[in-house]
Structure formats: structure tokens, C-alpha cells
Design a protein around this ligand. Structure first.
Ligand code: NAP
Length: 505
């Protein structure tokens, strides 16, 4: 189930949020502690208001009553006696389907009374513990305590900070018997626990009306629509194949949107999840436990992932980067789809492919970073004569020599980025590939080749994809050059990756 946590100042605003999200939610959690005026009568009327919203034709979303204390990450500013009074009045009037009660109330007389009141009115108890700082040491014990009563739903919401923490949480789920339960990893590292909660056998996943971290109810919340449509939460089952992206940071990545849409279009029972990884050893244990089938790899793990692979395609080692991992029968195969992603738009622009299409070509590569390596590998393998121009020429020298040796190609000429390189670039001017980060948002007026005047016969290819039209490209186009934006490479490498993922399903 998808649960919308309501955190507005007034109940009418909360109901407005419910109305906007009705298509994607099964439950709402009324956070009474977030109301500016937590009037017990209005709170007690809330389930009735909720029922009216669907016109009584459908059951409408179920409701959870929560009044969270500051110590548990809530905003309740009244006394504990007042809090218990609000809970008691709202529950005794019936209507709420669930009551969230903290673990420490389980053994107090007030807490027991509240629980009895709830049970007698048919309200189920969610027994909760929250830790917004990190992972409690005694996690297993805590979970045991939360799970003490069969008729309650244990809810453990903690904050994993590292890949090892996430592994502990995944272990807790997989190593304890199945039951109705809510185990949440808050924040970026715990994000997979939210979007794949159903795949992991969770009872529900919480969401906020806005995923803006400043207003979301808890760290890592996305909107119900993102859960339902991007992660296809409601269609997940224990059989759903898990794919993902590893990086650090990673939540900004557009890859989950792209690959989940691809799975949907191909009608594949698979979900693609972002994993913020600080420790590849711990992550790959998690990958085994979750039976992850394939991964995209992004900064800073493209190089570090290589020792974790059982086999690689011919580009990974010379390029020194792997951006795709396919896992079948426990074996990890590393690929680099940047190479094909770079070449395909170029071949389309030339209107031909294969070594013949590049016969006699002389090209310049600007830059010698990670992206440049895939470009240099692709071009040297096709027999293109290269010049590499970089701010740090020694780096270019090293890269050129290494890759030329690996592919048996001609060693590139190297120059320092600056006006002195202009004549060399002219000599290697059939194709100029810009691979530095210069000109990327927000520095969109920067141009690493400002000293070079395009003749108009060059193909100008910029790997930067934000913005799509860089200063380098607009100058080249104005001179009459054929231009290729980085978005083309980005789309092709993602498409190649998606085809690999689809193939192993
Ligand atoms: P990287 O490994 O950090 O390399 C950065 C390169 O830019 C190096 O050659 C560096 O020169 C140069 N550079 C940085 N700041 C500079 C400056 N102020 N003046 C001159 N040169 C400078 O980065 P990367 O991973 O290769 O990524 C580079 C770009 O490619 C990024 O914009 C990235 O978004 C893009 N990219 C696009 C795709 C795609 O699919 N379209 C794929 C991968 C990357 P030094 O060696 O002297 O430091």
C-alpha cells in the first residue's frame, strides 16, 4: 500500500493533498502534530471527511492517526498528557483504521489503555520506533520488541548512513519470518527500502505530497505518484527483478526514470532503484541478497567496480571504466556502453559505420578524463589518427599511450590546451570531440576551445549534455560544422544498457 503522510497546517489543506493524490494512494497518515491547531473534535471527524471525498462509492483511502513527539522526529509541542488525550478522544470516536503508537508506550498504563481502546474499536496498532540519526545498535532486539504482539504491525524507521547499514536492514528483512511489517531506511542510503518496500514484503511505503526535502514529511520521501508510476510500487512482488544504479550521490540521477519507463513500455516485471553506495564490498553482498540482476554504474564507482567483476567486455579494462554490470547465475559481467553510446551518433552523422567509415580520419579529443577514455578507445580502435589536447598534457600522454597499447593503435599526438594547439587541431580537424566539463551548467558561456576558429568542415561533438547546445557547439554550427550534442551519446548509452538489461531478464 502507498500511504500519503499529511503534514499541512490545517485539516482542510491536508484533505486537499489527499484529493490531489487519490489515484495513487491506499492510505493516509494524519500527522496531528503538524497541525497548527490540533483540535481533537476536528481530528476525530477526519475519517468521515475522508470517506466523503470518494462519494461513498468506493471505500476511499484508509487512515492512520499519528501524533509524533519531537524525540521521534515529530512536531508535537503540547504536553504528553495532551497528546494522549487527543489520541484517546480521536480513537474512542472510531473511524481511524490504524493508530501509530510508539514502542515505549507498550508497557505504560496509559499506553496499554490506548491500545485496548483502539482494539475494541477495530483500529489496528502500528508499533513504531524512529531514529533520524542513524542505526540503533540493538536493531534485532528492537525489532523483536516491536514484533511482540501478533496483532500489531511493527514499524522500524531508522537512518542507514553507509552501505553496510543498508545491508544490515536488508538482512533484518530477509532473516526474520514474513509478517505484516514496515521497515524503513530514511535518507538517501535507505531510499531503496522505500521505493522497493513491496518487493521486500513490506506492509506499506510512506510518501509526501511534495518530494522537496524541505517540506517532505521524512527524509527520502517521494510523492505517491512517483512510487506508483515510476517505481510501479503496486505491481511489485517478491518475483519482481531488481535492477539499479550505484553512485554517490545518486538520487539526482535521471536513470531510474528512464529505465523504469523502459520496463513499463516493455511490460517487464522489473524495478530499477538508485543505491547510494560508499562501500562496494558491502553493496555487492546486498546485491546477492536482493538478487539484483543488473546495474548502471556512475561516479565515483566506474573504476572501483572493476575488481568486483568476474568478466569484462573488451573495452572495460583499456577504458578503465565500467558503466554496466550484468549479473547472471551469480557471475558479474562488466560492460562499457559509453563506447557504443559515443560511436552510434557519430556513425549516424557520417552516414556510415565500421572502420571504412573512419578511413583516413584525423580527429582531436579535448580532455583526458573518464569520458575521454571511452572516446579515445573507440576512435583508436577504428584506426583514427588522434590528437589529444588537455589542460594537463601529461595526463593525456599517459592515457593515449595506455589505450594505444591496449588496442594496438597508433599513439596519439598530445598538446596542452591553449592557442599553441590550434594548428595541431586544424591538422586533426575532421572531427573534434569535446570531453571536458568546461561549458557545463551553470558555466554555460565557457568554451574550452575559444581560441580555435572552426573552418566549417569539422564534425563538432560535445559530450556535455546539460546544456544540450553548448557554446562550443553553437560556435561550430555558426561556422557551418555538423554538430552532435552530448544528449545523443547519453541516450544511446542508456538504450544500449536497457537492451542488455532486457536481454538477461
Ligand atoms: P573528469 O574525469 O573529471 O575529466 C574532466 C576533464 O575536463 C579533464 O580532462 C580536465 O582536465 C578537464 N577540465 C576540467 N576543468 C577544466 C578547466 N577549467 N579547464 C580546462 N580543462 C578542464 O570528467 P568526465 O567524467 O570525463 O566528464 C567530462 C564531461 O563529459 C562532463 O561534462 C560529463 O557530464 C560529460 N559526459 C557525458 C557523457 C554522455 O553520455 N554524454 C558521458 C560521460 C561524461 P585535467 O585533466 O587537466 O584535469
Amino acid at each position: 500500500m502507498i500511504c500519503l503522510t499529511l503534514t499541512r497546517d490545517t485539516i482542510s489543506d491536508d484533505l486537499e493533498d489527499v484529493r490531489h493524490n487519490l489515484d495513487w494512494i491506499d492510505l493516509v497518515e494524519l500527522r496531528v502534530d503538524r497541525l497548527s491547531n490540533p483540535d481533537p473534535d476536528a481530528v476525530a471527524r477526519f475519517p468521515g471527511e475522508l470517506a466523503k471525498m470518494t462519494g461513498g462509492e468506493n471505500a476511499g483511502p484508509a487512515s492512520i492517526l499519528t501524533v509524533r513527539r519531537p524525540a521521534d522526529g515529530g512536531s508535537w509541542s503540547g504536553s504528553e498528557a495532551d497528546r494522549l488525550a487527543v489520541l484517546s478522544q480521536s480513537i474512542s470516536e472510531g473511524g481511524f483504521d490504524y493508530l501509530d503508537l510508539e514502542l515505549d508506550l507498550a508497557e505504560t498504563p496509559d499506553g496499554r489503555r490506548l491500545a485496548e481502546l483502539a482494539r475494541s474499536g477495530g483500529t489496528r496498532i502500528i508499533r513504531s520506533v524512529h531514529n533520524f540519526e542513524g542505526m540503533p545498535d540493538d536493531l534485532a532486539r528492537l525489532y523483536e520488541d516491536l514484533s511482540a504482539r501478533e496483532d500489531e504491525i511493527p514499524k522500524l524507521a531508522v537512518t542507514p548512513r553507509t552501505s553496510a547499514d543498508l545491508l544490515v536492514l536488508v538482512g533484518l528483512i530477509l532473516d526474520t519470518g514474513p509478517r505484516e511489517r514496515i521497515i524503513i531506511g530514511m535518507g538517501a542510503v535507505g531510499f531503496p527500502m522505500r521505493v522497493a518496500a513491496r518487493r521486500l514484503g513490506g506492509y506499506l511505503s510512506y510518501a509526501s505530497a511534495s518530494s522537496n526535502p524541505d517540506v517532505a514529511a521524512a527524509p527520502g520521501h517521494v510523492t505517491p505518484r512517483v512510487l506508483a508510476e515510476t517505481y510501479r510500487y503496486r505491481e511489485q512482488s517478491p518475483e519482481t527483478a531488481v535492477f539499479g544504479i550505484i553512485g554517490n550521490p545518486v538520487l539526482h540521477s535521471g536513470s531510474p526514470e528512464y529505465h523504469n519507463r523502459h520496463f513499463l513500455e516493455k511490460n517487464l516485471d522489473a524495478v530499477y532503484i538508485p543505491f547510494q553506495v560508499d562501500d562496494l564490498d558491502a553493496f555487492f553482498v546486498t546485491a546477492v541478497r536482493l538478487d539484483i540482476r543488473g546495474l548502471s554504474v556512475t561516479v565515483p564507482h566506474k573504476e572501483g567496480v572493476i575488481p568486483h567483476l568476474d568478466e569484462t567486455d573488451e573495452s572495460v579494462v583499456p577504458v578503465g571504466a565500467c558503466n554496466t554490470v550484468l549479473i547472471t547465475d551469480g557471475r558479474r559481467r562488466g560492460l562499457n556502453t559509453d563506447v557504443a553510446g559515443f560511436l552510434l551518433p557519430l556513425e549516424r552523422a557520417i552516414g556510415a559505420s565500421g572502420p571504412e567509415a573512419f578511413d583516413g580520419m584525423r580527429a582531436t579529443v579535448i580532455g583526458a578524463g573518464g569520458a575521454a577514455r571511452a572516446v579515445v578507445f573507440a576512435l583508436l580502435r577504428l584506426g583514427v589518427r588522434l590528437c589529444i589536447v588537455n589542460r594537463t598534457p601529461e595526463r593525456a600522454e599517459r592515457m593515449g599511450a595506455e589505450i594505444a597499447e591496449a588496442v594496438g593503435g597508433e599513439q596519439p599526438v598530445v598538446a596542452e590546451l591553449g592557442p599553441d594547439a590550434a594548428s595541431l587541431i586544424e591538422e586533426h580537424g575532421s572531427l573534434i570531440v569535446q570531453t571536458t566539463s568546461v561549458g557545463m551548467e551553470p558555466e554555460v558561456t565557457a568554451d574550452p576551445l575559444a581560441f580555435y576558429e572552426f573552418r566549417g568542415h569539422e564534425i563538432a561533438y560535445d559530450l556535455i549534455y546539460a546544456p544540450e547546445q553548448t557554446r562550443f557547439l553553437t560556435r561550430a554550427a555558426a561556422a557551418g560544422c555538423l554538430t552532435i550534442p552530448g544528449t545523443s551519446m547519453f541516450e544511446e548509452q542508456a538504450l544500449a544498457q536497457a537492451a542488455h538489461f532486457e536481454h538477461i531478464l
